[in-house]
Design a protein around this ligand. Structure first.
Ligand code: PEP
Ligand code: MG
Length: 594
């Protein structure tokens, strides 16, 4: 099949060889314009980024390489241990060969020397060694030995892949110089969160969808980002000059001076607009007819709470605690978690803080969980299922949450509920955690509100099953869309089908809002729909009074609320929820926003 991007890619490849300007299109994952030099992040390929590591980072680079070797060693041992007894003997022998290759000094020690003496990044050092080995193989006549070349490539691929899970040094820009833009084939949410404090201006990936957790974390960095570019990692070279327009999903590589000047102007204008919005930070969020809307922030760690306050958020609607558990070998213990939750409670100074229990699984994995992967991880052991399958892990988190609840207005939110049994088991687990603390003499508030996420269609359709056991609800539209429409939110090949305005989605949200109102249970939206200003009127028109989003969207959404007469839009929003023709839905939403 001819890929629709083939022509574009051929042009781009030709243009690149002449260092001409070319343009690529993807899906905008985080708004704004960034301009800067490309920095390539390596991934599981043998075409690797090559850069010099500064002297003060060499020790880290060495450790990164050793860490990757260790995880591949572990991977191979796990693989060896999991071979079924009935499997042919060659399976085991094949893994033994890979273990021997991995242990060989050419691949395990020599790269360390290259890192130290030549200041090569780990991938580059490994690649140099690989090239040397492969050259020797090409001169060998023996067919058996020549076959081992494939084994060496496979082992090196594994190490490269492990290295990509721990991306390397990101050049710190010299004072006054432009911040780099990261270009990667794919980045996991765990990679992304590591970049949180690194100075870079934007990121581009070949894979991914706009509501993948990687994109969500990118938005939380408040930098422009584009996903689903397909071949960016192949076509863009280190230090190519890039303009990225995260709103339109456009990348311009090596732009002409006139284009560059135009984008600099646009970038400046956006900055001025943002500064103007900041004036709304302390204005209460209510419609023209006086209905208050609770605007809350989504965070990934305690440090993010400051940004929520800065942008006038009235609390935390979703703390994704799983990010505390990622990128580390040992899981955080009770005290460490308690401190993180208490820090958020304190930072919010009495405002509500909704902390979600661990939502690990699917694209958010813990180190060492590699062997848990299944063919459909989003449908597997994820979120509350994961926690209920690991009682000590869950107990530790619940104790930490309950202890922290003394320090603020803390609510516990349970992700991915799909059965009543899960909810009852969870409530039981909370009661056990509470009893264990009381027994130790810890004083706790009489009640800590417990809410459930509505993000699986079953929960939305059979909400009755849960609602009487819960203090509040939060609609996770990212997963609700993924599971209702059967669209993997991380898969760029189906990203065009991921549609928040699908009549089934609007119908489910409207139904949940109605039932919650009847049962007098507060309901908010905490998926990415909540931060999309074009959906604000639809959501509040359907009866939602709480919206939790990345802090960068709070002021724009507030501005829209301040310009909305609820009495004028509610009937139209309800009509949209009854409409089954998708084109008509779109036209009516445009009308709602006009
Ligand atoms: C959601 O699914 O909408 C949600 C808020 O949870 P997450 O994005 O972390 O899966
Ligand atoms: Mg979710």
């Amino acid at each position: 099949m001819n890929h629709p991007l083939d022509a574009q890619e051929a042009d781009a490849a030709a243009a690149r060889s002449m260092r001409m300007s070319f343009t690529m299109h993807g899906i905008g994952a985080s708004d704004g314009i960034a301009i800067g030099p490309a920095h390539l992040v390596s991934y599981a390929t043998l075409e690797v980024a090559q850069y010099l590591v500064p002297a003060h980072e060499l020790e880290n680079e060495r450790r990164r390489f050793l860490g990757a070797l260790a995880s591949v060693r572990e991977e191979l041992s796990e693989l060896r241990a999991s071979i079924p007894a009935a499997a042919p003997q060659e399976f085991g022998a094949f893994i033994d060969v890979h273990q021997m290759i991995l242990a060989d000094a050419t691949l395990s020690l020599a790269p360390l020397d290259l890192i130290a003496s030549q200041q090569c990044n780990a991938e580059w050092a490994l690649k140099l060694q690989l090239d040397q080995l492969l050259e020797q193989f090409d001169t060998i006549d023996d067919a058996y030995l020549r076959e081992r070349k494939g084994d060496i490539l496979q082992v090196v691929e594994r190490v490269m892949k492990a290295l990509s899970g721990k991306p390397g040094y990101i050049p710190r820009p010299a004072p006054g110089s432009a911040r780099p833009i990261l270009v990667a084939h794919d980045l996991s949410p765990a990679d992304m969160i590591q970049f949180k404090h690194a100075a870079f201006a934007g990121f581009l990936t070949d894979l991914g969808g706009s509501t993948s957790h990687t994109a969500i974390v990118a938005r939380s960095l408040a930098i422009p980002a584009i996903v689903a570019l397909h071949r960016a990692r192949d076509l863009i070279r280190e230090n190519d000059q890039l303009i990225i327009d995260g709103t339109l999903g456009v990348v311009i590589v090596n732009p002409d001076p006139a284009v560059l000047a135009e984008y600099r102007l646009r970038q400046e204008a956006l900055g001025i607009e943002r500064a103007k919005l900041q004036r709304l930070a302390s204005t209460p969020a209510k419609t023209i007819d006086g209905t208050p809307i609770e605007l809350l922030g989504n965070i990934e760690g305690p440090d993010d709470a400051a940004e929520v306050r800065l942008n006038g958020g009235m609390g935390i609607g979703l703390f994704r605690t799983e990010f505390l558990f990622m990128n580390r070998d040992e899981l955080p213990g009770e005290d460490e978690q308690f401190e993180a939750y208490r820090a958020v409670a304190r930072a919010m100074d009495g405002l509500p803080v909704t902390i979600r229990t661990l939502d690990i699984g699917a694209d958010k994995t813990l180190r060492g969980d590699g062997n848990r992967s299944s063919a459909n991880p989003a449908l597997g052991l994820r979120a509350i299922r994961y926690c209920l399958a690991d009682p000590p892990l869950f107990h530790t988190q619940l104790r930490a949450l309950l202890r922290a609840s003394v320090h603020g207005t803390l609510n516990i939110l349970v992700p991915m509920l799909s059965t009543k049994q899960e909810l009852l088991q969870t409530l039981n687990a909370v009661a056990r955690a509470r009893a264990s603390l009381v027994e130790e003499g810890v004083t706790l508030p009489a009640r800590v509100a417990i809410g459930g996420m509505v993000e699986i269609p079953a929960a939305a359709i059979a909400l009755d099953m849960f609602i009487k056991h819960l203090d509040f609800l939060s609609i996770g539209t990212n997963d609700l869309i993924q599971y209702t429409l059967a669209i993997d939110r991380t898969d760029d090949t189906v990203a065009h089908l991921y549609d928040p305005l699908h009549p089934a989605i609007i119908g489910l949200i409207a139904g949940v809002a109605q039932q919650a109102a009847r049962a007098n249970v507060p309901v908010a939206v905490c998926g990415e729909m909540a931060g999309d200003v074009d959906l604000t009127r639809l959501l509040i028109g359907l009866g939602l009074r709480g919206l939790s989003m990345h802090p960068a969207f709070l002021l724009e959404v507030k501005q829209r609320i301040l310009k909305t007469q609820l009495s004028e839009i509610s009937a139209l929003a309800r009509r949209i929820a009854r409409t089954r023709d998708p084109d008509r839905v779109r036209r009516l939403v445009e009308k709602l926003n006009s």
